[in-house]
Design a protein around this ligand. Structure first.
Ligand SMILES: NC(=O)c1ccc[n+]([C@@H]2O[C@H](COP(=O)([O-])OP(=O)(O)OC[C@H]3O[C@@H](n4cnc5c(N)ncnc54)[C@H](O)[C@@H]3O)[C@@H](O)[C@H]2O)c1
Length: 342
């Protein structure tokens, strides 16, 4: 199948591109590459994805002409739309930018899919559309929208509505992803921030009493693969992609620190209002319809994250500086290259 992936150089996109290519699909990756992504991380993700040149376009989903050219030339049979600004807290700082990329950008992608008769669309939505649901019981697909607590959540819900209203609706699958973690992750997400602080012997800010339903990135990719093979229905199919087993973030930190071989220093702080105290997804629907079940245990997943950080991030853990900042200097970039060639 010819699959076009937006956000292909991102965390999930890079893993997905690698998997689909291995499975024999022809992939075209599109990504603008946000300036906040450190250059060495971008390079590692491109290596993982296996892009060779013509199969990867550095294109903005806000650039309609460039998108139409890409669709016309590649003629995708399926599209996986992952490109977005994904930070919950960041969205409160940059609301207009989030509404633009996640809202207007999604409309542009939908218009191309409609105009070029794409047979299948998979859209990456988020557990954030549930607001505060998922504390006492797992959130079911019908529980959305909850009270939307962030601009990010609002943009994901609006984008879901746009998919539903589009001519693609019956051929679309909306996946609500819950806290995806794994190697090549995002520096703004909890696992990366925890690992970096532990490696630098600095206190980790832990949001008091929070729980997250963590999904390993290989499981998220398997869910997207399963969604790509789903037959068309009578509306967009909407599924949670979660483990179904929330864990205390304190436990996640403890396991990660022990895999990194270092103690974690903890500073407990209140949870900001835009973040939910708990996320917990009901996964009966995706199991029933797509036969998908999470396969990677938390212990195996965390040990993989620790190995990635020990190999790629730890050499640059300069006290007082983040890897993200440090990685922008040419000396550090050269060190990354020499580490890779050993
Ligand atoms: N990682 C998670 O836990 C999680 C949870 C729920 C939903 N999601 C959703 O899954 C998708 C992928 O998430 P991720 O964690 O891989 O994030 P990511 O930031 O690593 O990937 C998103 C990619 O989109 C690209 N992008 C941003 N703006 C763009 C634009 N205007 N044009 C083209 N490309 C652009 C970025 O450069 C980035 O590479 C996102 O839509 C996100 O909202 C992720």
């Amino acid at each position: 199948m010819r699959v076009l992936i937006t956000g292909a150089a991102g965390f999930i996109g890079a893993h997905l591109s690698a998997r689909l290519r291995t499975a024999g699909h022809t992939v075209l990756g599109i990504d603008v590459v946000e300036p906040s992504v450190p250059a060495p991380l971008h390079r590692l993700r491109l290596e993982l994805a296996g892009f060779t040149g013509e199969d990867y376009l550095r294109t903005d989903i806000l650039d309609v002409d460039a998108l139409r050219t890409a669709w016309r030339r590649f003629q995708p049979e399926a599209v996986v739309h992952l490109a977005a600004l994904p930070g919950v807290r960041d969205s409160m700082r940059l609301p207009d930018r989030y509404r633009d990329v996640n809202g207007r950008g999604t409309l542009n992608v939908l218009a191309c899919c409609e105009d070029f008769s794409v047979a299948k669309l998979v859209f990456a939505s988020s557990s954030s559309v549930y607001g505060a649901a998922g504390v006492e019981a797992p959130a079911r697909e019908t529980d959305a929208p909850g009270t939307l607590r962030s601009v990010y959540a609002e943009t994901k819900w609006q984008a879901e509505l746009a998919v539903r209203a589009s001519r693609l609706s019956a051929r679309a699958v909306v996946l609500r992803l819950f806290s995806v973690y794994g190697s090549h992750g995002r520096p703004d997400m909890m696992p990366w921030r925890f690992a970096e602080k532990v490696l630098r012997n600095e206190p980790v800010e832990l949001h008091e009493g929070t729980r997250r339903d963590f999904t390993h990135v290989r499981d998220a990719v398997s869910a997207i693969e399963a969604a790509l093979s789903k037959a068309a229905g009578c509306g967009p199919a909407v599924y949670n992609v979660a483990s179904g087993r929330p864990v205390e973030t304190a436990e996640f930190l403890h396991l990660l620190a022990s895999n990194l071989g270092r103690p974690a220093q903890v500073r407990r702080v209140p949870t900001p209002p835009e973040l939910p105290a708990s996320t917990w997804g009901d996964i009966q629907a995706i199991r029933r319809d797509l036969g998908w079940v999470p396969a990677v245990s938390l212990h195996a997943g965390i040990s993989e994250v620790a190995r990635f950080h020990l190999r790629e991030v730890s050499p640059f853990c300069v006290p007082g500086r983040s890897w993200t900042a440090a990685a922008d200097t040419s000396a550090i970039q050269a060190a990354v290259i020499s580490t890779k060639s050993k």
